[in-house]
Design a protein around this ligand. Structure first.
Ligand SMILES: Cc1ncc(COP(=O)(O)O)c(C=O)c1O
Length: 347
């Protein structure tokens, strides 16, 4: 094999890439961003913080090779990271379940989170996508034995208001794709191998081609898709946990198939605090279709009322009283609690 320092073409290319690379340029016109301010953000990758366009992982990274990575979504409210310790607990548990080696310490992950937020001046209205991959491999392949560099930490913070219409409600359809079972890929591991969810999501949204023709005929053009477990009980949506109310009782599915969401746990505590009866049990789809109220929970979207499922109007087709009460209890909790970001000064 040749010594790479004796390869003139390789060295020319390397210099070109180090300068201004057009190798990754898209053939499409630059799209507009949902939040234009995010064009100038800095992201943490590995052990450094870089401008958005320069923040990249290696083609040898495990997340590229096999979606071999774990992640958390966190939200920032009024200078504080909401449920930071709970998210870090789940991140480290997920990494342990997948037998990651050379995992950064809790203090290192926290330092990277705070540094990213402070560099971006993000102290509110911010969502963090925190990923920990098994790391870069010495050669492509599945085996964790090729992972000799340690894990790759990515902290991607963006300006992001809650993503659903929490005032008027959202619409769901039921996906044909079933939720993973613990016999194949345990939902308690919060991993980046998201194709099970993405296949369900594909059924919920409509893709438009350049000439505005719907290109996926079975797509419903709604907000998200409900996923059932192998027995046909409701598990969760492709991105959130689910709750329903019938005759004053609040119900939510077991976490056998769904992610044990941190917002789900928080809302379950609020349900009890607000003196509603709470039941965690198998729930069939027809119970959801005929319920009085339904809402989804997740860090990204908070509590989102559901007004229609598979064409059935839920309750009166508007945000119900139990949902409203819990939305306001949740808002109070996010305002009042969380881990303060160092250096943040209240105005
Ligand atoms: C499939 C799925 N369900 C539920 C949730 C909500 O979890 P949390 O409340 O911890 O944000 C998420 C968020 O990552 C998710 O990906």
């Amino acid at each position: 094999m040749q010594d790479i320092n004796c390869l003139p073409l390789y060295n020319t290319l390397r210099r070109h890439v180090k300068g201004k690379s057009s190798l990754l340029a898209s053939p499409l016109a630059p799209p507009s961003l949902p939040v234009p301010e995010n064009a100038k953000l800095f992201a943490w990758v590995g052990d450094e913080i870089l401008p958005r366009e320069m923040a990249k992982v290696s083609v040898f990274d495990s997340v590229v090779q096999g979606g071999d990575s774990v992640w958390e979504g966190l939200r920032i409210y009024k200078g504080k990271v909401f449920k930071l310790e709970e998210h870090l607990d789940r991140l480290f548990d997920s990494a342990k379940a997948l037998a990651f080696n050379n995992v950064p310490t809790r203090e290192e992950v926290k330092a990277a989170i705070f540094k990213t937020l402070i560099t971006n001046g993000m102290f509110d209205n911010t969502h963090i996508r925190l990923s920990l991959t098994r790391g870069k491999k010495v050669t492509s392949g599945m085996s964790p034995a090729f992972n000799r560099y340690g894990c790759t930490l990515i902290v991607l913070a963006e300006w992001k208001p809650p993503v659903y219409d929490n005032d008027n409600g959202i619409v769901l359809v039921t996906a044909t794709t079933r939720r993973n079972s613990p016999t194949n890929l345990d939902s308690k591991i919060h991993h980046n191998n998201l194709l099970n969810n993405i296949l369900a999501k594909v059924q919920s949204f409509a893709t438009e081609s350049c000439d505005h023709v719907l290109v996926e005929s079975n797509n419903a053009n709604v907000d998200d898709a409900i996923m059932l477990d192998k027995d046909g009980f409701v598990s969760e949506t492709n991105a959130t946990n689910l709750f329903m109310v019938k005759n004053g009782v609040v119900l939510t599915p077991h976490v056998d198939y769904c992610l044990p969401g941190i917002t789900r746990a928080t809302v379950m505590e609020l349900v009890v605090k607000e003196n509603f009866i709470l039941e965690e049990r198998n729930i069939s789809l027809s119970e959801f279709h005929t319920s009085d109220e339904v809402w989804t929970t997740g860090t990204m979207g908070e509590l989102s009322p559901v007004v229609k499922i598979d064409g059935r109007v839920i309750g009166e087709g508007e945000v119900g009283p139990v949902t409203r009460k819990l939305q306001s209890a949740y808002k109070k909790l996010t305002d009042d609690s969380g881990v303060p970001i160092p250096t943040y000064q209240k105005l």
